[in-house]
Design a protein around this ligand. Structure first.
Ligand code: COS
Length: 377
């Protein structure tokens, strides 16, 4: 196993790190407070190639690979986790369209994502279909040259800023083969986005619901094969889980850096708290958790990059990294004592932001299903 970074990956990581420190970290607090990411920041991210890191160059992507993407995601998440999830979903949508779209679909939509003209959204979940997307109720019925969609979607990241969405709907029976995918471009009549959730963390990223009322899409909006939607969702999520695991590591790394700095600065009993073993052990456990997470994520990214199967490894990386990052952020708050519980210190935001990484793109429990099924089948 050798997932040493090549020159391109190193360059992508350095680019993301510089942008994260210079542009994101100074405004992450206001993004959290204002509940929005400035549009120009997302455009700048795209100009650096970070909205299509693993997307072919012919569609405006950087074609830098999965390891580069994972590294970039860690760096961006360390600066602003809300921006990171926006980048993660847009990258995932671009990759999925590149993998499953027709030439015309790719040419029409991917450059809009990689250029930062619009964001990519992934409209799979519903009110009663989260961990079990196979239970979705949204329907798509063929009517002449068009598809007519009815239903609602829930938990859709930045749908209000997206004009390129992948939407899942039932086109057949109640089995997983009854689901198909569609490309939703622009804002067709019949689509409404009633609002977004008031969340604990990632407050700069809007989590929206979508309502389709006789929304008509052209026949060429069908994405992939009729009845092939469930597999596309599963394959997309396999890759997405590497992104979210990377995001959680980036947040954890930022919390650890804050804990180390604070422990050297804060004095109690006449000396820096870093001199106390209780603090030293928290710092040591944090570093060990993060290093182990990085190895698992690196392995999953490396397998995906080589074109090998990586579902189980992506789930292992996600469940471990996101739970480790939660422990890291929690300890970082503990190192800060009462100050860590205030909005004045970034660790409070890191703890709120990192929590959802154990939930979205497949809960920790779903990851354990994927891992155990692979072992026990
Ligand atoms: N890659 C390719 N195909 C896959 C796959 C994968 N990773 N996982 C499953 N499939 C295929 C299976 O091979 C099966 O195909 P066949 O019918 O041809 O054999 C089909 O998909 C159905 O698979 P399965 O029976 O395992 O589906 P389940 O409904 O039992 O789903 C879990 C299993 C729980 C793993 C799945 O529903 C899941 O990942 N849920 C979480 C969804 C999620 O992450 N939601 C968050 C959305 S983003 S916020």
């Amino acid at each position: 196993m050798d997932f040493g970074l090549d020159e391109t990956s190193r360059l992508v990581r350095e680019t993301a790190e510089a942008f994260s420190k210079r542009r994101l970290a100074p405004i992450a607090k206001s993004i959290d407070e204002d509940g929005a990411i400035p549009g120009e920041v997302l455009k700048e991210l795209a100009d650096l190639g970070l909205m299509g890191v693993n997307v072919p160059e012919e569609y405006g992507g950087a074609a830098a690979g999965v390891l580069a993407y994972s590294q970039a995601m860690m760096q961006i998440a360390g600066g602003c986790a809300s921006t990171a999830v926006t980048m993660a979903v847009t990258n995932m949508v671009g990759e999925v369209i590149a993998a499953f779209g027709t030439d015309a679909q790719k040419a029409r939509t991917i450059p809009r994502l990689t250029s930062g003209e619009t964001l990519g959204a992934f409209a799979l979940s519903e009110v009663d279909a989260g961990s079990d997307p196979g239970g979705m109720r949204t329907t798509a019925v063929r009517d002449g040259d068009e598809w007519v969609l009815n239903g609602t979607k829930q938990w859709i990241s930045h749908a209000d800023g997206s004009e390129v969405m992948i939407v899942w709907a039932r086109t057949g029976d109640t089995s997983s083969k009854g689901l198909s995918c569609f490309l939703l471009e622009g804002r067709p009549p019949g689509l409404s986005i009633p609002g977004h959730e008031d969340k604990m963390g990632l407050r700069g990223s809007h989590t929206c619901s979508l309502v389709f009322e006789d929304m008509r899409l052209p026949s060429d909006a069908l994405f992939g094969e009729l009845g092939g939607g469930f597999k596309i969702a599963m394959m997309a999520l396999d890759g997405g889980r590497i992104g979210i695991a990377s995001q959680s590591i980036g947040i954890g790394r930022a919390a650890q850096a804050a804990a180390v700095a604070y422990s050297k600065d804060r004095k109690q009993f006449g000396e820096a708290i870093a001199a106390f073993q209780a603090i030293q052990w928290m710092i040591a456990d944090n570093e060990t958790d993060l290093a182990a997470a990085e190895v698992l994520v690196g392995r999953a990214a490396w397998l995906k990059e080589k074109g090998e199967r990586f579902s189980q490894e992506a789930s292992m990386a996600k469940v471990y990294a996101t739970e480790a990052a939660w422990r890291v952020c929690n300890r970082a708050v503990q190192v800060h004592g009462g100050y860590g519980y205030t909005r004045e210190f970034a660790v409070e935001r890191h703890l709120r932001d990192v929590r959802v990484t154990q939930i979205y793109e497949g809960t920790s429990e779903v990851q354990r299903i994927v891992i155990s099924r692979a072992l026990l089948k």
